[in-house]
Design a protein around this ligand. Structure first.
Ligand code: NAP
Length: 249
């Protein structure tokens, strides 16, 4: 029962593919109804959730600006009249030498990975404060701890996201809201396609992973269910690495 999400409603952003899709399916397997929000249709995710017998709603929103935040929250609440879990997964990465980064790309990364996340957290928490609590899970990164290479805006956004997670946890724990983050290691998704396409980088990354393989999105299911469920009721403000041991190296 500690991990049972029956009767809960979860909103997962960027769940048409990759990590967000795996987390949405995992939360549905644990019993939650699922709302997804993103700029692309999430038909495959919807089919997976429906096959598990859970409710599903697909909300169209470009989260590179805060403009759709209020509507996303209103539409999410329309499914069951409640929101218990928010997973801020939608994120973007731009790779370029720091000497060449242009302002527009910097802003897109920061607005998507950080600014929209804050205002989604705020909108969800305003509801959760009234309803007596909830769970917020932000998808951080190893670059919440490390500098990375050729991704300065991404590193800045994910490092800030770790700080934001702690700041919100401090303010909202007393309201019964758990704000935590997951830091995935190197996962086989669109986010890392450029790394895997470069054989030297691919080998160098793999050589440092004690588990001797890249992560698959399903590897995040347990951490997501833990942080979305009663099992984590006394866990606040952590950034939980799920990285095959990368940070331990
Ligand atoms: P992905 O396959 O590229 O998925 C990214 C998701 O974010 C997609 O659903 C994408 O939608 C959505 N998204 C991007 N910009 C958006 C916008 N403006 N509005 C709405 N949705 C938007 O990569 P992923 O690995 O699953 O990434 C998911 C999260 O994990 C990201 O926050 C990423 O930073 C984080 N992460 C990934 C890794 C890894 O190794 N893969 C490691 C650490 C952290 P579209 O399909 O429409 O673009």
């Amino acid at each position: 029962m500690l991990f049972n999400l029956a009767g809960k409603t979860a909103l997962v952003t960027g769940a048409n593919t990759g990590i967000g899709q795996a987390i949405a399916i995992a939360l549905a397997e644990a019993g939650a109804d699922i709302v997804v929000a993103g700029r692309s249709e999430a038909a495959e995710t919807g089919a997976g959730v429906a096959a598990l017998g859970r409710g599903f709603l697909d909300v169209r929103a470009d989260l590179s600006s805060t403009e759709p935040v209020r509507r996303v929250m209103d539409e999410a609440l329309a499914l069951n009249g409640r929101l218990d879990i928010l997973v801020n997964n939608a994120g973007i990465i731009h790779r370029a030498d720091s000497l060449d980064v242009v302002e527009e790309d910097w802003d897109t990364v920061m607005d998507t990975n950080l600014k929209s996340v804050f205002f989604l957290c705020q909108a969800a928490a305003r509801h959760m404060v009234r309803s007596g609590g909830g769970k917020i899970v932000n998808i951080a990164s190893l670059l919440s701890f490390q500098g990375g290479i050729r991704v300065p805006a991404y590193t800045a956004s994910k490092s800030a996201l770790a700080g934001l997670t702690r700041a919100l946890a401090n303010e909202w724990a007393a309201h019964g809201i758990n704000v935590n983050a997951i830091a995935p290691g190197y996962f086989d998704t669109g986010n890392t396609a450029a790394l895997r396409a470069d054989p030297a980088r691919e080998r160098a990354i793999l050589a440092r992973i004690p588990a001797e393989r890249w992560g698959q999105p399903d590897d995040l299911a347990g951490a997501a269910i833990f942080l979305a469920s009663r099992a984590s009721d006394y866990v606040h403000g952590i950034v939980l690495p799920v990285d095959g041991g990368w940070l331990a190296r």
